[in-house]
Structure formats: structure tokens, C-alpha cells
Write a protein that binds this ligand. Structure first.
Ligand SMILES: Cc1cc2nc3c(=O)[nH]c(=O)nc-3n(C[C@H](O)[C@H](O)[C@H](O)COP(=O)(O)OP(=O)(O)OC[C@H]3O[C@@H](n4cnc5c(N)ncnc54)[C@H](O)[C@@H]3O)c2cc1C
Length: 297
């Protein structure tokens, strides 16, 4: 893994709820994109008020990173690479301006010269070889990835994109590609209950011929439990034909506090649920999430 130092070159509001920040810097000339549409990186933000002082971690032998001893910990968040232009030493990242949090607050105030760190990217979108159609569903946090996936949509593949954004002002033009149809709906995104599960079900109703299909869903993590269950248990979609990725958790700190307050035996029961290597990871995730739900989490 490589850790890159990135400097803000430009800030452009895309809508009232999203800003595109272009980063440049010597390091970024060597940034190696995976080319996968939803590739994401960890961003390392300044730990204090000085927007140019980032405590960059160092990479470890096992592909992770660690903060050098005695250095402050940089706050870390996941973000999608909206586009990478290594020839210009530039990358774009689109930030939701949701009004809370380190990353969103940083982005809302970003200006040229600000410094952050980032690591090597990884992509999750992985369609099967027989891809004929795909459905992409996300809220605003997944819009940068959905936009890039639309941009990269292979010729001859039908793409249906369904985007849940807070309101009409948050709609963005998606790249115009043959075979792509986009639908926008309003709500969710911390402003009300997310309809991601309903939207997935409406886009791929029971009885759909699943041959050649692939489904990619990203957004509010707890709204995706029902999506994973629907795709796997009701549609019986093989795990290699879908990817469901939680991007953010409403009131995430409280959720973590409540999780950490669980009795030790319940915590170890939850940990042990991941121990059965014979199980399909998606099924393990469904069982794990069902158990969390019974615990009120
Ligand atoms: C693989 C991956 C790729 C991602 N790509 C992007 C991306 O390209 N652009 C992007 O904007 N986000 C993206 N996200 C989501 C982003 O990592 C989270 O939204 C993150 O929590 C933002 O950090 P923060 O410091 O702003 O807020 P936090 O400190 O994490 O949270 C503070 C509060 O803000 C709320 N909150 C966090 N995110 C949102 C949101 N999106 N909408 C409403 N309320 C929110 C939380 O519930 C919490 O109460 C991605 C996540 C993943 C896992």
C-alpha cells in the first residue's frame, strides 16, 4: 500500500449538497487507479486546526498502515475516487456536505493549499463475465461511484441507475451513455427514512429474469440490511451477482457506543459468527445483521 500526500488544487460546488475537490501534488503523479468505477481510498485528515498539517501514516508489511510512534492520529474516512488523471497528477473526490462530521466539515471549508493524505485505492464492483444488464442504486454518498460506473458502463450492457437524493436541487447530470436510464427520487440521506430497499425491489421485482444481471447498491448502511436479504433470500441471487456496500451510518457514534456497551458474551457471540469459513460471506453478513437487529442495533 502507498500513502499519498494530496493538496487541494480546486473546489467546485456541484450542487448545494455536494462539492468536487480536485487534489494535486507530486505524490499523485504516481497514483495508480484500479480503473474500477467504485474504487475508494481512505482519506487522512488534519488532526488539528492547521489545514496543512496531516499526520501521514506509514504503510505496513501486511498491506495496512500505522501512525508513526509519537505522532497524532489522523481522522480517517472512506471516499470514492470520482476520477483520476495521473498524467496531470490530479484526482477528483466528490464530498457530500451533510452538515456534521470531520470529513464533511473539512470539505465545506476546503480551499486551495489544504493538505490531506490518502492510500492506494480498492474497488468492489465486480460484475460477472456474462454481464448483460446492471442495476445501480445509491443515495447521495454513492453518487460519485454510481456516476463513474455509468461513465464506465460497457457497450451493449443495459444500465438502470436509481438515485435517492435529498431533493431536486441535489440532482446532477450523469454522463450520457447509450443504454443508461437514470431515475431520481427524493428523501433519505439523513433527512428522512431511506427508501433504498423499496427502490431496489421496484427495480428488480420478484420474477425478474436474472440471467446476465448484476446489482450494485451503496448508501445508508442500516437501510441495506433489507436489500441484502431481498437479493439473496427472495431473489436467490448468487453472491457474485450483487454487491451491497454500507457507506455511512445514521448517528454512527451512538451506534458504536451501544455496540461497545454490549455484554462481553454477546460481543464474543457476534465475533464467533464470522468463524465458519464454509459459509458464503453474504449469508454470514445477513445472519450477523439479523442478530444485530434483534439486539436493537
Ligand atoms: C467505500 C465507500 C466510499 C464512499 N464514498 C463516498 C464519496 O465519494 N463521497 C461521500 O460524500 N461519501 C462517501 N462515503 C461515505 C463517507 O465515508 C461517510 O459519509 C462518512 O461518514 C463521512 O464522514 P464525516 O466525517 O463527514 O461524518 P462522520 O463523522 O462519519 O459522521 C458524523 C455524522 O454525520 C452523519 N453522516 C455521515 N455521512 C452522512 C451522509 N452521507 N449523509 C448524511 N449524514 C451523514 C453520521 O450519521 C453521523 O451522525 C463512502 C463510504 C464508503 C464505505
Amino acid at each position: 500500500m502507498t500513502i499519498y500526500r494530496a493538496v487541494v488544487a480546486r473546489v467546485r460546488p456541484l450542487t448545494p449538497s455536494m462539492a468536487r475537490i480536485t487534489f494535486h501534488g507530486e505524490d499523485l503523479a504516481a497514483f495508480t487507479s484500479t480503473g474500477v468505477g467504485d474504487e475508494y481510498v481512505r482519506l487522512f485528515f488534519p488532526h488539528g486546526a492547521d489545514r496543512t498539517d496531516v499526520s501521514l501514516p506509514e504503510s505496513t508489511e501486511n498491506g495496512g498502515w500505522r501512525t508513526p510512534e509519537g505522532q497524532p492520529e489522523a481522522p480517517v474516512r472512506n471516499y470514492t475516487i470520482r476520477s483520476a488523471r495521473p498524467e496531470a497528477g490530479e484526482i477528483d473526490i466528490d464530498f457530500v456536505l451533510h452538515g456534521h462530521g470531520t470529513a464533511s466539515g473539512w470539505a465545506a471549508a476546503a480551499r486551495p493549499g489544504d493538505v490531506i493524505g490518502l492510500n492506494s485505492p480498492a474497488g468492489l464492483y465486480s460484475p460477472p463475465a456474462d454481464l448483460a444488464w446492471q442495476v445501480l442504486v445509491s443515495d447521495l454518498s454513492g453518487l460519485p461511484a454510481a456516476g463513474r460506473l455509468v461513465e464506465n458502463a460497457p457497450g451493449g450492457v443495459t444500465t438502470r441507475a436509481v438515485l435517492e437524493v435529498p431533493d431536486a436541487a441535489a440532482v446532477q447530470p450523469l454522463p450520457d451513455r447509450p443504454g443508461v436510464r437514470a431515475t431520481w427520487t427524493y428523501g433519505g440521506n439523513g433527512h428522512g427514512p431511506s427508501r433504498l430497499a423499496e427502490l431496489v425491489e421496484a427495480a428488480i421485482p420478484p420474477g425478474t429474469d436474472l440471467t446476465g444481471g448484476y446489482v450494485w447498491v451503496a448508501g445508508q448502511t442500516n437501510a441495506l440490511r433489507a436489500v441484502r436479504r431481498y437479493l439473496r433470500k427472495e431473489l436467490k441471487l448468487p453472491a457474485e451477482r450483487f454487491k451491497v456496500v454500507g457507506y455511512w451510518m445514521p448517528d454512527g457514534d451512538t451506534w458504536t457506543e451501544r455496540y461497545e456497551a454490549l455484554p462481553a458474551d454477546v460481543r464474543s457471540e457476534l465475533d464467533r459468527m464470522w468463524d465458519n469459513p464454509a459459509d458464503e460471506p453474504e449469508d454470514l453478513t445477513i445472519r450477523y445483521e439479523e442478530r444485530l437487529s434483534t439486539l436493537g442495533l
